[in-house]
Design a protein around this ligand. Structure first.
Ligand code: URA
Length: 216
């Protein structure tokens, strides 16, 4: 079921002001020089989206993690492996998907020698929507999948809540359809095996909505 959702004000999507480019490669190239917020200072790479320009599905995460920052590619670490596994279980072909993030630089805090993930703030998310909005404009996918709270706030604004709205496909007026679900990293943080399994099954169930939606 599709639900109309009035614009919540924060979302970039197609209505928000975004970068202008005619091709993803060109957009990627300009994003490399991004200084729209301070996060570029401590990151190794800007991590741009990846996938075919004909992708029907765009999956949006929060921001690159430690592994992604070093590799310069999205979703190559543990969360990406879990995402791939769950997409396969849900029957979604990975080569129909483009994966990207709401924020393109890794934000972290040093704990000893470790770089620990730090959540981007709303200003950083809004500034980076400049790139996400342009990616969506160029790709014009049939469905966008918001993985977790940061992607949800970037795409749909602050009135949508992940745990309340997960599994729903929302259509902000005049914009793209967005499936709301959790972030795979949240599943990796669950310590109890039974609860993690339950959470993973619920995530796969949300992802199964993708194929049903595309069949319509
Ligand atoms: N988490 C994300 O949100 N994105 C990545 O690319 C990796 C981990």
């Amino acid at each position: 079921m599709l639900e109309k959702f009035p614009s919540a004000g924060l979302g970039p999507s197609l209505a928000y002001e975004h970068a202008d480019a005619t091709k993803l490669d060109e957009l990627h190239e300009s994003a490399q020089a991004c200084t729209r917020c301070e996060l570029y200072r401590d990151a190794t790479h800007l991590v741009f989206g990846e996938g075919p320009s004909t992708a029907e599905i765009v999956l949006v995460g929060e921001q690159p993690g430690d592994k992604e920052d070093l590799a310069g590619r999205p979703f190559v670490g543990p969360a990406g492996q879990l995402l791939d596994q769950c997409l396969e279980e849900a029957g979604v072909e990975r080569d129909r998907c483009y994966v990207t993030n709401a924020v393109k630089h890794f934000k972290y805090q040093m704990h000893g020698k470790k770089r620990l993930h730090a959540r981007p703030n709303s200003g950083e998310v809004q500034r980076c929507a400049w790139w996400l909005g342009a990616e969506l404009e160029l790709l014009r996918p049939k469905l966008v999948v918001a993985l977790g709270a940061t992607a949800v706030s970037s795409l749909l604004g602050s009135r949508v809540r992940v745990m309340r709205d997960r599994g729903r496909i929302l259509r902000p007026s005049g914009r793209l359809d967005v499936l709301v679900t959790v972030h795979p990293s949240a599943l990796l943080r669950i310590r109890e095996a039974d609860k993690r399994k339950e959470g993973t099954l619920a995530f796969v169930a949300d992802l199964k909505r993708i194929s049903r939606f595309l069949r319509h």
